[in-house]
Design a protein around this ligand. Structure first.
Ligand SMILES: Cc1cc2nc3c(=O)[nH]c(=O)nc-3n(C[C@H](O)[C@H](O)[C@H](O)COP(=O)(O)OP(=O)(O)OC[C@H]3O[C@@H](n4cnc5c(N)ncnc54)[C@H](O)[C@@H]3O)c2cc1C
Length: 423
């Protein structure tokens, strides 16, 4: 997809776009004091972007998908309704992604791993030894610094030529001859995006819902959790973080998310008063475990998951116990020795759709399979595969489902991902 035309278009785009101007005019302050940063003049309130790939949601799966699409030569834009990349990993504070390994070897690598590894190294932390099979699954989760992770993700987007629009979300999505017109809104900004492919990484498949494509949702969802810390100074890592279940938490819309946040914070305030400790740290919002999943071209069942089925169109491994949280807590059910589930491309494609693919916890799967598939390394693996499939589809003028799986595998391997092996 890297052609001279594309490069010219891109330079042109950068000259015209608000992002280009902003990047050129920005000076980074280098002290811990409040030194002024010079940001470019206020951008035009009406913005238009022509891109190959639009990623909606820059969370755990989304920023990986965007970096991958950018590295594959696709002109890529992320629209993220929050203020930073990383989603549940950063804004939700679940900064212990897993699991990149299974049964003594690494099974998920690529861009997600590159980011996790770099953020741990920059933070002076330690990576787990994947050659060792841990007694408890969470022992090989990787404790990362959520703040560094979010900044590194931005840096990698910039290096891959990916533009980012924070505080915005799609309001209307219309089919065009060769893709989509997506009208987004943010405070003070109206943005019209024309794109060939959409990658929906919103967690709850919100764009898929806007298109009226089928989605699944349980009446009783797993609780969300608010992450916070009482007493000691904040150090990233599992042991310092406390969690409080928010039962009924639902990320479906602003009203349900508001309710979850108010409920969670109220409970934390009560706890502070009761335990008479200092509130040292509080994430800005509830971490949501479950909302909508897509109904895809195929559905991963719990039997597919626990038997380690290797799908013909597998694009990534996944590894985690079946992990359903309920009102009474959670009892993870570990996978049997040697079993490593896989994720098929068709589970990322909304049924009977064209030019849209999803990645992340909304993957087409039954509830129990989803309780294991939703973890971060798996979401990152899906994100990278979706980035590859969308970039190749945009380049070929086709839809992700019609891209030969061998081409997806080849590009994934070239970009450092581990591809499931039938042998
Ligand atoms: C409390 C909790 C504990 C967990 N524990 C673990 C663990 O120990 N290990 C592990 O690996 N996983 C864990 N998980 C699971 C894992 O963190 C999530 O399932 C995963 O991060 C979801 O990734 P995602 O990309 O699908 O969604 P997210 O990371 O949530 O990203 C979705 C992004 O889309 C944005 N967005 C949503 N709607 C829109 C819109 N309309 N327009 C624009 N942007 C939008 C959001 O702001 C967000 O940035 C946990 C989850 C929770 C909630």
């Amino acid at each position: 997809m890297t052609t001279s035309n594309h490069d010219d278009d891109r330079r042109d785009f950068l000259k015209k776009s608000v992002f280009g101007t902003a990047a050129a005019g920005m000076v980074i302050a280098s002290t811990s004091h409040a030194t002024a940063q010079t940001v470019a003049d206020a951008a035009e309130p009406e913005v238009t972007n022509d891109v190959d790939v639009l990623v909606v949601g820059g969370g755990t799966a989304g920023h990986v998908a965007a970096i991958q699409a950018g590295r594959a030569g696709a002109k890529t834009l992320i629209v993220e309704r929050n203020s930073q990349l990383g989603g549940t990993t950063t804004t939700g504070g679940v900064a212990f992604p897993g699991l990149f390994d299974a049964w003594g070897k690494q099974v998920i690598a690529g861009i997600g791993w590159e980011l996790v590894k770099e953020s741990v190294e920059l933070d002076g932390g330690q990576l787990p030894n994947f050659a060792r099979v841990p007694q408890r699954h969470w022992q090989n989760q990787v404790y990362t610094n959520q703040f560094l992770y979010a900044i590194l993700a931005e840096e990698k987007c910039a290096q891959a030529g990916v533009d980012i629009a924070f505080y915005e979300f799609p309001q209307a999505v219309t089919k065009t001859d060769n893709g989509w017109q997506v009208d987004c809104v943010g405070f003070g900004t109206n943005r019209r995006v024309r794109c060939k492919q959409i990658i929906d990484c919103t967690g709850g498949a919100e764009v898929v819902g806007m298109l009226g494509l089928p989605r699944l949702k349980e009446e009783e969802r797993q609780p969300g959790s608010f992450l916070f810390m009482l007493g000691k100074e904040h150090q990233p890592g599992r042991n310092q973080i406390h969690r409080l279940y928010v039962h009924g938490a639902d990320s479906t819309n602003s009203r349900t998310a508001t309710e979850a946040n108010l409920t969670g914070r109220k409970s934390i305030l009560a706890k502070v008063r009761k335990e008479k400790k200092r509130l040292m740290h509080l994430q800005p919002e509830t971490g949501f475990r479950e909302s909508y999943r897509i109904e895809g071209e195929t559905l991963i069942t719990v039997n597919d998951y626990t038997s380690g089925r290797i799908f013909d169109d597998a694009i990534s491994y996944a590894f985690y116990p079946v992990d359903l949280h309920t009102k009474t807590g959670v009892r993870p059910k570990p996978l049997k020795p040697g079993k490593v589930p896989t994720i098929p491309l068709r589970a990322l494609i909304p049924k009977a759709s064209r030019n849209i693919i999803v990645a992340g916890r909304c993957v087409s799967s039954d509830r129990l399979a989803n309780s294991g598939l939703r973890v971060q390394a798996s979401c990152m693996g899906m994100g990278q595969a979706a980035g590859v499939a969308a970039a190749l589809a945009a380049n070929a003028g086709t839809t992700p489902l019609e891209v030969p799986i061998s081409e997806i595998h080849t590009l994934l391997r070239e970009h450092g991902q581990i591809v499931p092996d039938k042998a």
